[in-house]
Design a protein. Structure first.
Length: 309
């Protein structure tokens, strides 16, 4: 019996060693290649690219060809190269109250800063120390290319960091920083936002609905008071685009609407799966609790800390 035979893969005839599987033959001939797959692993046969060096014929090797021998990692997420960090100058051009305890500010830059949804930036307002903030969109989803929109909380005394700044105050921005950015592909997208953590979650959710409209998404939004759930227009847009599971939670508030659940946000999280991709934004207590829950099932979790208590 000949040690090699003819095999047709995707309409193309190739010569392969007797005993090789069709997958090994196609991989070795360069007809298929590794590509990004579910949950950070790599799959075969779904992208163009150079194939790995051909392994020995099965009859000449003691064990079957393993994925790691074919140049495919068995586990571990594949990250895209980080965006370059740049510095931009700008001015404070808009301050708008969104609720009693949340303020929206807009910084107009002299030149656009390249960011992914969920990235953070270091912002220096004149006379203030540099802060790490999360760019987002306006509640209606709008933002110019050279604008950075931020949702900021007021403290327990009702003060916001922009109080006292003059109109057109100078601003210096450096970024991107952080690793909470949106990553297309792979499992259900679970977005958890506490307080102004809705800012980065809103930018991630809106991008995902455009880029991956068929991807399953769950959105959880919480606030201390039901009156601070300022993002209803944003959530209505997500519902219209097909997001079926959106949960609102408030710790307190006598005027809690019927669709707002009582209690802490983490008490209403859906059961997580190992294939879920979780983005959580908010104060340390919420972010830490969600990280623990995600780690308990092996789900990937990307935290984004905001200025909320």
């Amino acid at each position: 019996m000949s040690a090699r035979c003819s095999l047709v893969v995707n309409g193309k005839a190739v010569r392969v060693s007797t005993g090789d599987t069709p997958l090994e033959a196609a991989l070795a001939e360069g007809m298929i290649a590794p590509t990004q797959g579910l949950h950070g692993t790599l799959l075969l046969g779904q992208a163009m690219g150079a194939a790995a060096r051909r392994g020995k014929a099965r009859r000449l090797r003691p064990d079957a060809l393993k994925l790691s021998q074919a140049g495919v990692p068995i586990a571990g997420p594949a990250e895209t190269p980080p965006l370059p960090v740049s510095t931009r100058k700008g001015t404070l051009t808009q301050v708008t109250p969104l609720s009693a305890n949340v303020v929206e500010i807009v910084v107009t830059l002299t030149r656009r800063l390249i960011l992914e949804p969920g990235h953070q930036v270091e912002v220096g307002f004149e006379g203030l120390e540099s802060l790490t903030l999360s760019p987002t969109l306006r509640v209606d989803g709008s933002a110019e290319l050279n604008e950075l929109v931020f949702h900021l909380p007021r403290d327990s005394e009702g003060r916001c960091l922009t109080d006292g700044l003059s109109p057109d105050a100078a601003v210096k921005v450096r970024g991107p920083v952080g690793r909470g950015q949106y990553r297309p592909g792979g499992g259900r997208l679970v977005l958890v936002a506490a307080g102004t953590g809705f800012g980065p979650v809103w930018s991630i959710a809106r991008a995902a609905r455009y880029i991956e409209p068929a991807r399953e998404m769950t959105v959880m939004v919480g606030a201390r008071d039901a009156l601070d759930l300022y993002m209803r227009d944003s959530l209505d847009w997500l519902r219209r685009t097909g997001v079926g599971r959106i949960v609102l939670v408030a710790d307190r508030g006598r005027q809690r609407p019927p669709d707002v659940r009582p209690g802490p946000l983490t008490a209403h999280l859906p059961p997580l799966n190992a294939t879920d991709v979780v983005h959580v934004a908010g104060g340390p207590s919420t972010v830490g609790a969600v990280q623990v829950l995600a780690a308990s099932v092996g789900a990937r979790c990307y935290p984004i800390l905001t200025g909320d208590a």
